[in-house]
Ligand binder design. Structure first.
Ligand code: GDP
Length: 360
């Protein structure tokens, strides 16, 4: 697949989900993935390794009823969600000067407000300079709330009694004041004038799907508007981060990698961090899950591809990956003379990974 106009192309933003235990991270991710499974066009691949892709046309379709509030014409190809939620995993998504994640969803049970791990997540996001919005989850639990499955929040709120609307507002303002104590200005998203200064709160129910359309539209709209420079696709050698090191039947040791920039090709020489030092090896195979298969990866669920464009989640097989280090950066070496430079860079970055994993 050749892509023309690459200078103008934006890659898909990488989205992570964080939040306190039991606040609904997994349920929300499942719901978001569900939007693509149901409406997927035949043969289209939305499942990647360690991540799920939600194409733009689905977001546009879901956001259609919201176009007065969130007028979006999407230039990004879609959104790439990291499948594993939580801040422990997020620690592995480092890149120089920040995170591989372009934006985060902080899931907060609206009936409980910010809890210990919500605050820890905010601290890590702030430290890594990742912008975030808040999914104020479990609105269906509000006393008197009448749910309609899978409608936008702005449609659902119209159907509620006045006292229920007031109840919701009180919960939202409880969250606003908790965030103010942490130094953030926050507001319900449909009341925000300047999104660069205010954290958006999107009331949702991961259980009923209410508000998921608003959440996706806002993620897409905000990233393409405010992160344009960061999302410009570079046609150069791939840069990535290792999510996990695994032993796969028939493939030997493999690494699951998020490619956040450039192009990765079969037979590329890659450099990455290992437990006992830098590893330089050659890509033997690049794999993605076979379309329409179960998400559990085994040998038979994977299909080989020759090259992949950022942003994407793929499995790489190559010699000498036994000691590869999760959380390490990975670069394609195009020019042999740069090996030393990459070595030093990776060594420095790994020191940081170790430092942070001790703290986390
Ligand atoms: P996680 O630990 O943050 O991943 O939370 P889970 O997604 O596992 O959810 C924890 C519990 O909350 C489960 O029993 C979910 O069914 C429930 N839950 C999640 N989202 C909602 C929601 O929007 N409404 C209601 N009523 N329950 C929810």
């Amino acid at each position: 697949m050749k892509i023309s106009n690459s200078e103008k192309r934006l890659r898909q933003p990488i989205v992570v989900v964080l939040g306190h235990v039991d606040h609904g991270k997994t349920t929300l991710l499942d719901k978001i993935r569900g939007t693509t499974v149901v409406k997927k066009e035949p043969g289209e691949m939305t499942q990647e390794v360690g991540a799920s892709f939600v194409p733009s046309y689905i977001i546009e379709k879901l956001a259609e009823p919201l176009k007065k509030v969130i007028p979006i014409k999407l230039q990004i190809p879609g959104l790439l969600f990291i499948d594993t939620p939580g801040h422990e995993y997020f620690s592995n998504l480092r890149r120089r000067g920040g995170s591989v994640a372009d934006i985060a969803i902080l899931v907060v049970d609206i009936t409980e407000g910010l809890q210990k791990q919500s605050i820890e997540s905010i601290q890590i996001l702030r430290e890594r300079k990742v912008p975030f919005l808040i999914a104020a989850n479990k609105i269906d639990k509000i006393p008197g709330w009448k749910s309609t499955n899978d409608i936008p929040f702005l449609a659902s709120i119209e159907k509620q009694r006045n006292d229920v609307k007031v109840y919701l507002d009180n919960l939202v303002y409880n969250l606003v004041s908790q965030l103010a104590n942490l130094g953030f200005s926050a507001e319900r998203y449909d009341r925000i004038k300047d999104f660069t200064k205010t954290v958006a709160i999107v009331p949702v129910s991961a259980k009923t799907g209410e508000g998921v359309a608003d959440l996706l539209a806002l993620l897409a709209g905000l990233t393409q508007r405010y992160l344009e420079t960061r999302l410009k696709f570079a046609e150069g050698p791939a840069k990535g981060v290792i999510l996990e090191v695994k032993e796969d039947p028939g493939l030997g040791h493999t690494i699951d990698v998020i490619i956040y920039d450039g192009v990765l090709k079969k037979n590329d020489t890659i450099i990455l961090g290992g437990i006992n030092g830098i590893i330089i090896t050659k890509v033997r195979g690049i794999f993605v899950p076979r379309p329409l298969q179960d998400m559990k990866l085994s040998k038979y669920d994977l299909t080989p591809i020759d090259e992949v464009y950022a942003a994407a989640g793929v499995k790489i097989s190559a010699p000498n990956l036994e000691e590869a280090l999760a959380g390490s950066p990975l670069y394609v070496i195009e020019d042999e003379s740069k090996v030393e430079q990459y070595k030093q860079q990776i060594e420095e970055e790994i020191k940081e990974v170790r430092l942070y994993s001790d703290i986390d």
